[in-house]
Design a protein around this ligand. Structure first.
Ligand code: BG6
Length: 593
């Protein structure tokens, strides 16, 4: 997810472009750039934040320009990989948000035709492809070029000597902000609200030609009319797409995050698998991580042991640095959303020092972990702004399913049905999101308590840990995650009317034992909230409150159960009036030990 902007009018474009870009940094902030077209196109870009680039960019004369703030997916953050990208003669200039799946094929074809590439990005094929068809009619050249492109895109294209901007979209958002003798282009509304509240949204496969005084949109070659909307949001509201907090926005992005993460692996034919050697005779698997990523690693243990039937060890990165031994034969995976967590990086350096090959599952292209690792598996959650990790956790689970499935020792028909259900998970998660209201009601009760237990068994034990962590992080309630089987070995002493228990009940071989645990908890007078599959009458009779989630294959239950727990934590914190996105004493990524 990147932010793209464009301006054409009678103002100097440079300050407008920088101001609009600064408003879009929540979409990506690892590098940025602008291009201003006067007699020639001048491009300034670097792997810095918008404000930093603005400070060092000389005055560029011109009332037409485009800009970009990046969230790297192909090619790490650097000046050469930053956008805008140019064709060889520097006549065609493009900014892009999305992923071009067939860029390697297009690159080879264009290179054979004499085009020279300078960056590692997928995007750079676009200005070269447009150049192939450009004879002065930019709209036609863009339209022909896009017929060869597979993947998602929102683009703004300019050509030297051409007083217009051509825009297009497929699966990535782009809007036009309508002004008086000027027009603004952006990925999203926050960018242009300082200038106008009149907005037109392009739809998939639309191609638009924007001049200072007009906007013409075509789809499939035919002219189409797109409605003008009046926006009443503040800039900050708009950055959250109307959600009160980034956390809630990021929770609601999860169906798309699952599609993008799995889609990325499929599209790139990334034959990901546990061992990058393709060696099916796996030794043990070691997964290291911190915080929420550690809970994803723990779920990964259950996934891999069930599907691949090979032993998995999980270690807290911070603890691993004091003990733990490795064997170079171990398949070693580090999970870290930011790729910058000091404990995880220290563990990686130690492992590499001991001759281990280290794979990393990370969400940030170009992060330190992605550079340290021997192999990188990217999640595609996009930038996660809220300190409490939500969508990145689900994306990590998708990566772990994807790692294990090719190595699974299960019956092929079962494998097929699992892959089919994996693709249906976005819909299942949406069903949980649709129950937000009833979960918010339940949270109102929970907000009254100061001590809460979360319990689960099997693959839902780490889910209980994650539910407790989410509540701790943002509501300041003392919440403890615990394996349900361990309650009787201590925590029972704390139970009672003032200490509710949230039970995460899987529809698997742990069900009966969870039922027993719930009865034992009820016998000690603790109120019980159960997260359980649809229509489970037996549990309903037993507990105080049921949060039902769609039934899924047991191995996928952490996906739907976690989303319900994220919403429960969010609405409990909201009920307590907590600063949800930036809770006290925490940081999005802890870069010190
Ligand atoms: C903490 C974050 O600082 O680090 C958590 O607040 C996160 O949300 C943890 O889970 C680990 O971070 P990462 O980036 O290594 O997954």
């Amino acid at each position: 997810m990147c932010g793209i902007v464009g301006y054409i009018g009678d103002k100097q474009a440079q300050p407008v472009l920088f101001n609009c870009l600064a408003r879009l940094e929540y979409r990506g902030y690892d590098s940025c750039g602008i291009a201003v077209a006067g007699s020639e196109v001048k491009v300034f870009k670097d792997a810095v934040r918008v404000k930093a680039l603005e400070k060092v960019t000389p005055k560029l004369a011109g009332t037409l320009g485009i800009g970009h703030t990046r969230w790297a997916t192909h090619g790490e953050p650097s000046r050469v990989n930053a956008h805008p990208h140019l064709d060889c003669p520097g006549k065609i200039c493009v900014v892009h948000n999305g992923i071009i799946n067939n860029y390697q094929k297009l690159r080879q074809k264009l290179a054979r035709a004499g085009h020279h590439f300078v960056s590692e990005t997928d995007t750079e094929v676009l200005p070269h492809l447009v150049e192939e068809y450009y004879d002065g009619n930019l709209e036609m050249a863009v339209s022909r070029a896009l017929q060869e492109v597979e993947g998602s895109y929102a683009i703004v294209v300019l050509a030297v000597g051409n007083r217009e901007l051509v825009i297009a979209r497929r699966d990535s958002p782009i809007i036009v902000g309508l002004g008086d003798r000027e027009n603004y282009i952006a990925s999203d509304v926050p960018a242009i609200l300082d200038y106008t509240s009149r907005v037109v949204y392009l739809e998939d496969n639309d191609i638009g030609v924007v001049t200072a005084n007009s906007l013409q949109i075509k789809n499939g070659g035919a002219e189409v009319a797109r409605k003008e909307h009046k926006i009443s949001w503040t800039v900050e509201d708009a950055q959250k797409a109307g959600y009160e907090y980034f956390m809630l926005k990021e929770i609601h992005e999860q169906p798309k995050v699952i599609r993008d993460t799995i889609g990325g692996y499929v599209a790139e034919g990334e034959a990901v698998g546990l061992a990058d050697s393709g060696d099916f005779d796996l030794g043990d698997v070691l997964i290291l991580a911190s915080g929420t990523s550690y809970h994803a690693a723990l779920v990964g243990k259950y996934i891999i042991e069930e599907l691949v039937r090979t032993p998995v060890r999980t270690e807290l990165a911070s603890e691993f640095n004091y003990c733990g031994c490795t064997s170079p034969r171990s398949v070693t995976i580090v999970v870290t959303q930011s790729g910058e967590t000091a404990d995880a990086l220290k563990a990686m350096k130690r492992l590499k020092g001991e001759g281990c090959r280290v794979s990393v599952i990370t969400n940030v292209v170009g992060s330190t972990a992605s550079r340290l690792a021997d192999r990188v598996i990217y999640t595609r959650a996009g930038p996660e702004i809220s300190v409490a990790a939500t969508k990145s956790f689900l994306a990590q689970l998708m990566a772990l399913y994807w790692l294990a499935l090719p190595y699974s020792k299960i019956d092929i028909r079962r494998l097929d049905s699992l892959i089919t259900e994996l693709r249906q998970l976005p819909g299942k998660v949406q069903q949980v999101l649709d129950r937000e209201g009833s979960i918010a009601e339940c949270a109102k009760q929970l907000a009254k308590f100061d001590n809460i237990f979360f319990v689960g068994r099997g693959i839902n034990y780490p889910v209980a840990l994650e539910g407790a962590l989410k509540l701790k992080e943002i509501s300041y309630i003392h919440a403890e995650g615990c394996a349900a089987g361990e309650l009787k070995h201590g925590p029972f002493a704390l139970l009672g009317k003032e200490v509710p228990v949230v039970a995460v009940v899987g529809n698997d071989n742990t069900y009966e034992a969870m039922l027993t645990s719930i009865k034992e908890v009820k016998a000690r007078h603790s109120p019980v909230i159960a997260i359980v599959g649809n229509g489970d009458g037996e549990i309903e009779e037993l507990v105080n409150t049921v949060i039902s989630v769609p039934k899924v294959e047991p191995i996928f239950s952490p996906v739907v159960n976690t989303v319900a727990l994220q919403l429960l934590a969010y609405y409990t914190a909201k009920e307590r009036g907590c600063p949800i996105d930036f809770p006290r004493n925490l940081a999005k990524s802890v870069t010190v030990e």
